[in-house]
Design a protein around this ligand. Structure first.
Ligand code: AMP
Ligand code: ZN
Ligand code: FE
Ligand code: FE
Length: 304
């Protein structure tokens, strides 16, 4: 990465993002800014995640559990003294109008009171809807209890749909999380119960005031292309949004190209990340998507 590379006397190769030349050696710099641990809906402990990140030769890893900083301490301890640079982050459940939007936030103070209150409201609402979700599932003949969900979510601060999905897999009702969402947990399905989410524009301000930077996760994944138009993204940039996660497996090549051009028009930073969830999300291995080191430097430079 830039500063580390420069300190080593390495130089970037123009047009080869992430590749630095140090003497006779070319060095790849790997930066994954979107991962989950079992503190939300991933399946690895933070320590295990750090072990895997090092095994994958990552230089920078952001831990971005949903609506919680619970994994930061353990991840920090596991990364201390290693060559891996850990970026504490989270993925905050927000709403823009009626559309759900995930906001990645990095290097923020999770104790900043207005932010902490919003995160708690999201987590409380996720957890308190569980009985209603299970009642909906029982109405269609699925014999599932809170104990079944608790068994698969030992470390999570709030049990949500991914944990119910895992419980349904455990009961042999569905094959995987995707099938659970498609048949039972997605909008309009028997187990669907809405929950609270933070207001996106308000949250962008809170993250900034909490000393962090924010990036919209997979902005055009799952149909949100209609909501987060180029104009909306430009407005959000003026409100303090720092970047958009362009390189995510939910985006195809054409979407990435358009998003890159929006980023260059609006000054938004372009990031990438795997959205790794352990075995909780198939085909999203660590470092399958990464962030260009120069974009990462821009992200760090935007920290207030
Ligand atoms: P909740 O916060 O309880 O509503 O659960 C939402 C979380 O479930 C999201 O943040 C995703 O991580 C995950 N999720 C949403 N849709 C799907 C899906 N189709 N397949 C697997 N996981 C999903
Ligand atoms: Zn997740
Ligand atoms: Fe997400
Ligand atoms: Fe995610």
């Amino acid at each position: 990465m830039g500063r580390v590379g420069a300190a080593l006397g390495a130089a970037p190769i123009p047009h080869c993002p992430g590749i630095w030349v140090c003497g006779r050696y070319a060095v790849a710099v790997l930066i994954d800014l979107h991962t989950h641990s079992h503190c939300s809906d991933g399946t690895d402990s933070p320590r295990e995640l750090i072990r895997r990140a090092r095994a994958a030769s990552l230089d920078v890893l952001a831990l971005t559990d949903h609506d919680t900083s619970d994994g930061w301490d353990e991840a920090g301890q596991a990364a201390a003294g290693t060559e891996l640079r850990l970026i504490p982050g989270m993925e905050i459940s927000c709403l823009y109008g009626r559309a759900g939007v995930h906001l990645l936030a990095y290097l923020l103070d999770p104790g900043y009171p207005p932010l902490a209150a919003e995160l708690e409201a999201v987590r409380d609402s996720r957890a308190s809807r569980l009985p209603a979700m299970l009642a909906g599932l029982r109405e269609v003949g699925i014999d599932i209890t809170e104990a079944d969900v608790a068994r698969v979510s030992t470390a999570a601060t709030s049990m949500g749909r991914p944990h119910v999905a895992d419980a349904l897999v455990g009961l042999g009702v569905v094959r995987d999380r995707d099938e659970a969402f498609d048949r039972y947990l997605g909008w309009g399905r028997p187990g669907y119960v809405p929950r609270y989410a933070a207001d996106l524009t308000e949250m962008i301000g809170y993250v900034r005031r909490a000393g962090g930077v924010s990036v919209i996760a997979h902005p055009w994944g799952r149909g949100s292309q209609r909501t987060l138009t180029a104009d909306v993204l430009a407005d959000l940039a003026t409100l303090g949004l720092t970047g958009i996660e362009v390189d995510h497996l939910d985006h195809d090549a054409a979407q990435r190209e358009q998003l890159r051009s929006i980023a260059s028009d609006t000054g938004l930073v372009v990031t990438g990340g795997s959205d790794y969830h352990g075995t909780g999300k198939v085909d999203h291995p660590l470092a399958c998507e990464t962030t260009d080191p120069e974009q990462f430097e821009r992200l760090l430079a935007a920290v207030p």
